[in-house]
Design a protein around this ligand. Structure first.
Ligand SMILES: Cc1cc2nc3c(=O)[nH]c(=O)nc-3n(C[C@H](O)[C@H](O)[C@H](O)COP(=O)(O)OP(=O)(O)OC[C@H]3O[C@@H](n4cnc5c(N)ncnc54)[C@H](O)[C@@H]3O)c2cc1C
Ligand code: SF4
Ligand code: SF4
Length: 870
């Protein structure tokens, strides 16, 4: 192409209206206009002022560009992926500010990170796009310099956007000012080309935020949308294409004050956007979906496991440069955003349809286009064979776009359902073709399907330990799927609310006083053992076997002493269930690891024979305290590794509580008053104490009097329920009783998960923890606690913390002991808090050790990793 200006680009329907040429033209000879027939922006050149300098074509992203050369110059050695370009890491995530997350397109990460970069002084302003106030259907790119302006520009605009015209303002800015830019792939590619010839721009732009883009829609698309909603253009005062949760809604506000909304995914939305009926021709010739030249690219986390549950917003991101990665890490560490590491194949999976469309189907579209146009454009060269379906799709997509641009008015008369049916057919064809033509992910990379067994009970401590464990696996190795089986039925509505990628399996085997249970269990038990883990009789048994088959890493969950005497008195059978569940995967040759529970003590010859026989087969046994290690060695002659409770290892985002609107009163209390957190139990449920009524009475009197003392001293008390669902008989009556005795007692609502409890604890004066995990939570948040222990795990942890001086044996409990410990803590508060804070990093490292040990062991087994632990 031997041109001196961008006329060629415009004539051949290649111009995306990105605005780069407008901003970079030194003579201001180019302007963008909306072409009403096509519903897109087109550039017009003033031939009189045009100096024929060719700058416009040199910066135009739709003119010649050597992508491969640019990529290797910018990203040097980053791994390159044909579908998503060069990258360092891939994540899913969201802003921790609920308002931002809810009112943005997906997880609110772009808006949040821009505000963060502005507040941290990384940038002075950012190129973003809002809708014009006076012409509400037209986008307005501008440089935002305040938090309010950034928020005003949030949400995706599914119409043509000439974002890069605002580069002009960056070029005119003060000498030392630095900027971020937000744009679609075509905008970012224009900026990349402009930077190559304009060093000033290159110096000033320090962050490029790319938006994943399948295609945009012409202004005719918007017209179709409001016409179908029976709205006249002149009545509209505002339009938002996304926001209001996830996947979100289009909201059209009328001057009358009324508002009409359409949910994404409904037929009208599909006709407007998914159909490509209103995709401009330039989008059909675009081959960059993930903004391959940005520092970080953001999209929607369109993954089945997330779509099925997430309603507030979840983004998908690809970090490509050191700059981008540092910004993300810093925002995570300071608690502004939450990220989970994912495999790059997950990104491909989430964008599969349109990656196929842009990276494979494009060849046939260009062939067809060249057939009808005078000027040919280069055809991508693939070595893979492409099916006939591909040609049909290419043809259909060009027809769709033609129909949308020429017959929008007629389309408004076609019933929505009819177009939707046509689109369904189109997508069926597409999925057939994807199956045949999409290049399969690289099978040499190893991804893990993790099966977690023997997850314990319905309580927040175990929830925290399992969540932290999952976070550490997902951020340190490539995890494809996680299945988790609890030992009892769980309240999934309350637990793991933030964990979308997990599947919870039906508990098996589960004790029932029914003859059918025994028949099924024993048949399953023997059948599965005799067949070496291949057959089961019941559906639950079959599901368990297939979960084992699908896994390549089996983990015994962190938690209480599920293996050992403590629960054996009453629940002997359970321990055999737990051991059976570990044995079966071993029979099938799976890697099985014990992830830092407490264990023991062990007695009984036969039990010990079985315990030892099965535990010996484990690939690693890691325990969370020295006492458990000693029991294993002394009583079963088994070696184990020592780590610390799993819940200690991760950080809780600082803004985690923002999502709970209903606890304002409590938040205000903990910020303005001295508050003591308490977990209470009368051990009504504990096998060793269940019949000990005198101990139960002692506990209740001691707690009542101790609370009386503490509140008279001016403190408030917050009860931290441990079990999910206060309706649990074993916790509620005691909490109700204690609360009725004193009006300075508050109870945390039951919808607060373990992360919320930890955030609350970080604001308390101290915790009096009658259960194990509240003491862990307190130490983790650098808050002192008085531990009242009934099992060795709590005492062992307090010993590790160096705070045996703050422990009370449950059997010796009375009010005076609690009061004495409280007065002792009050007197030495600053020293104790400082000592705990100093100990904290060491304990965190120790807690991280379990995942490290497992990963090292997997390494030794010659299993490939995409990411190693550091
Ligand atoms: C036309 C279009 C097509 C898209 N296609 C896909 C897709 O195929 N797959 C996918 O996963 N995600 C796609 N997205 C991205 C997705 O909708 C979100 O923008 C992205 O997930 C970021 O979400 P967020 O909540 O972090 O953004 P927010 O916090 O809402 O911030 C969005 C930012 O993008 C800027 N912006 C919005 N629209 C435009 C635009 N048209 N041009 C330039 N800047 C803009 C805004 O000014 C704002 O700064 C598309 C977005 C657009 C606009
Ligand atoms: S730089 Fe952008 S607006 Fe200008 S001609 Fe190229 S694509 Fe069109
Ligand atoms: S599909 Fe390509 S050309 Fe079209 S708006 Fe998206 S990035 Fe720009």
């Amino acid at each position: 192409m031997n041109d001196t200006n961008i006329k060629y680009v415009e004539k051949n329907d290649l111009c995306t209206g990105c605005g780069t040429c407008v901003a970079l033209c030194p003579n201001e000879a180019i302007k963008l206009y909306i072409n009403e027939n096509k519903g897109i922006y087109i550039p017009k050149i003033n031939e009189e002022t045009c100096a024929k300098c060719s700058i416009c074509i040199n910066v135009c992203p739709r003119h010649e560009v050597n992508f491969n050369q640019l990529k290797s110059e910018i990203f040097k050695k980053n791994p390159d992926d044909y579908f998503i370009g060069k990258f360092l890491n891939c994540y899913t995530g969201n802003s921790n500010d609920f308002q931002i997350r809810y009112n943005s397109s997906s997880g609110g990460l772009i808006t949040q990170l821009l505000i963060f970069a502005l507040d941290e002084g990384i940038i002075d302003g950012v190129l973003v796009t809002r809708m014009k106030k006076d012409k509400p259907l037209e986008p307005e790119p501008f440089i935002a310099r305040t938090r309010e302006e950034i928020i005003d520009a949030s949400k995706s605009k599914y119409c043509p956007v000439p974002a890069n015209i605002a580069l002009k303002e960056i070029l005119k800015s003060g000498y030392n000012e630095k900027f971020a830019v937000v744009g679609l792939p075509c905008h970012i590619n224009g900026i990349k080309k402009a930077e190559a010839i304009n060093k000033k721009l290159k110096k000033k732009i320090v962050l490029k935020i790319g938006i994943l883009c399948s295609h945009t829609n012409t202004f005719k698309g918007t017209e179709y949308l409001y016409t179908k909603l029976n709205i006249k253009k002149e009545d509209i005062s505002k339009i938002s294409y996304r926001g209001l949760g996830w996947p979100g809604k289009v909201a059209v506000k009328l001057k009358s004050g009324k508002e009409k909304k359409i949910l994404l995914g409904t037929p009208l939305w599909k006709n407007f956007h998914d159909s490509c009926l209103f995709a401009p021709t330039y989008c059909l010739l675009c081959n960059d979906l993930t903004a391959e030249f940005s520092d970080i690219s953001f999209g929607d986390a369109w993954l089945p496991e997330i779509i099925s549950k997430e309603r507030n917003g979840k983004s998908l991101l690809i970090s490509r440069t050191k700059n981008g990665e540092e910004l993300l890490n810093s925002a995570v560490n300071k608690g502004f955003i939450e990220l989970i590491h994912i495999d790059s194949n997950k990104v491909i999976e989430s964008q599969q349809t349109f990656l196929f469309f842009k990276k494979i189907n494009i060849r046939d579209r260009i062939i067809l286009r060249n057939f009808f146009k005078k000027n040919s454009i280069p055809i991508p060269n693939f070595t893979t064979q492409i099916s006939f379906y591909n040609k049909l799709i290419a043809f259909a997509s060009l027809i769709n776009s033609y129909l949308g641009s020429k017959f929008m008015f007629l389309l408004c008369y076609v019933p929505i359902g009819f177009i939707k049916m046509y689109i369904s057919l189109y997508y069926t064809l597409m999925s057939l073709s994807i199956k045949k033509d999409l290049i399969k992910p690289d099978k040499t990379k190893r991804s893990f399907n993790i099966l977690i067994l023997n997850a314990h009970w319905n309580n927040r401590g175990d929830e925290a330990a399992i969540r932290a464990m999952i976070d550490s696996f997902t951020s340190n190795m490539s995890v494809q799927s996680i299945k988790i089986m609890f030992n009892t039925d769980v309240r999934t509505d309350l637990q793991f609310s933030g964990k979308n990628s997990m599947e919870i399996l039906v508990t098996f085997p589960f004790f029932e006083f029914k003859i059918s249970f025994f028949v099924k269990f024993f048949i399953d038990f023997f059948l599965s053992l005799i067949s070496l883990g291949h057959f089961a009789f019941s559906k639950k048994g079959k599901d368990f076997i297939s979960a084992i088959n699908d896994s390549n890493l089996v983990i015994h969950a962190p938690g209480g002493p599920s293996i050992g005497d403590i629960y054996s008195g009453r629940l002997n059978l359970y321990e055999y269930f737990y051991l059976y569940k570990l044995f079966l995967p071993k029979l099938k040759g799976k890697k099985v690891y014990i992830y830092a529970p407490s264990m023991g003590p062990f007695s009984g010859k036969f039990q010990n024979f079985i315990r030892k026989f099965i535990l010996k087969k484990m690939d690693l046994i890691i325990v969370r305290d020295k006492i458990s290690k000693k029991y294993l060695k002394d009583q079963l002659n088994l070696d184990s590794y020592l780590a610390l409770d799993s819940a200690f290892q991760n950080d809780i985002p600082k803004t985690y509580l923002n999502q709970y609107f209903e606890i304002n009163k409590i938040l205000n209390l903990i910020k303005t008053q001295k508050v003591v957190g308490m977990t209470i139990t009368d051990l009504n449920w504990h096998p060793s104490y269940i019949n000990n009524t005198s101990l139960k009475n002692n506990i209740i009197t001691a707690i009542e009097n101790a609370i009386d003392f503490v509140t008279k001293k001016g403190y408030y008390v917050i009860i931290l329920p441990q079990l999910f669902g206060l309706d649990k008989e074993i916790e509620k009556p005691l909490i109700d009783y204690i609360k009725s005795k004193n009006n300075k007692i508050f109870v945390l609502p039951q919808n607060l998960d373990s992360y919320a409890q930890q955030s609350i604890i970080s604001n308390l004066f101290c915790v009096i923890g009658m259960r194990y995990h509240p003491n862990i939570f307190a130490a983790k948040m650098n808050i002192p606690s008085i531990a009242i222990y009934y099992e060795h795990k709590t005492k062992a942890f307090m010993k590790e913390l160096g705070r045996l001086d703050l422990t009370i044996n449950i059997e010796k409990i009375n009010a005076q002991i609690i009061i004495d410990k409280f007065l002792y803590l009050e007197k030495n508060y600053d020293t104790i808090k400082r000592q705990i804070t100093e100990k904290n990093p060491h304990l965190k490292e120790k807690s991280k050790k379990t995942t490290k040990l497992i990963i090292n062991d997997l390494h030794k087994s010659k299993i490939d990793f995409q990411k190693s632990y550091n």
